[in-house]
Design a protein around this ligand. Structure first.
Ligand SMILES: Nc1ncnc2c1ncn2[C@@H]1O[C@H](COP(=O)(O)OP(=O)(O)O)[C@@H](O)[C@H]1O
Ligand SMILES: [Mg+2]
Length: 143
């Protein structure tokens, strides 16, 4: 009923979630199989909207949107510290919960995530001079 590839992906997603512990990353609590034998894992339910919808619903201004975005980046950095690359970051995979009235983004869906050896991360090469009025492109200083 479940092909090996699907089972492998579920297992990898669970493992990825299990090694991370950060407020902006949804937590996994348990894993196993249902009584019908369907493999599953249990994760926190994020009662909230997609990050783009949340920002629009709450009519957040640019600085508030950036504050949320920074929290997402911190979560991504935490994953990278654990050598996990999400590979599918997009609004549909970032929900926003409110904790004590403050928005907290939670990254979900590590179904496509990949674990890499720390040495496999792109290493910065040399700094690129930035001319006034032009932002360096990602490819400018990373291999
Ligand atoms: N932990 C969660 N809490 C609340 N909603 C969730 C959670 N996980 C997934 N969802 C909802 O289900 C949708 C699909 O889940 P996702 O893990 O992104 O799977 P898919 O691989 O189908 O994109 C999400 O966009 C979100 O709306
Ligand atoms: Mg998704």
């Amino acid at each position: 009923m479940y092909d090996d590839e699907l089972l492998k992906r579920l297992q990898l997603e669970r493992q990825s979630l299990a090694v991370m512990d950060y407020p902006s990353i949804a937590k996994v609590f348990d894993a196993g199989a249902t009584s019908e034998g369907q493999p599953c894992f249990v994760m926190e339910y994020v009662a909230g909207a997609l990050i783009t919808e949340y920002c629009d619903q709450k009519k957040l201004r640019i600085p508030e949107r950036l504050e949320l975005f920074i929290k997402v980046c911190e979560g991504v950095q935490h994953a990278h510290q654990k050598a996990i690359i999400h590979r599918d970051l997009k609004p549909a995979n970032i929900l926003v919960a409110e904790v004590d009235g403050r928005p907290v983004p939670r990254i979900i869906d590590f179904g496509l995530a990949k674990t890499v050896e720390p040495g496999q991360f792109a290493q910065p090469t040399r700094p690129v001079p930035c001319r006034r009025g032009r932002l360096p492109l990602a490819g400018d200083n990373f291999r």
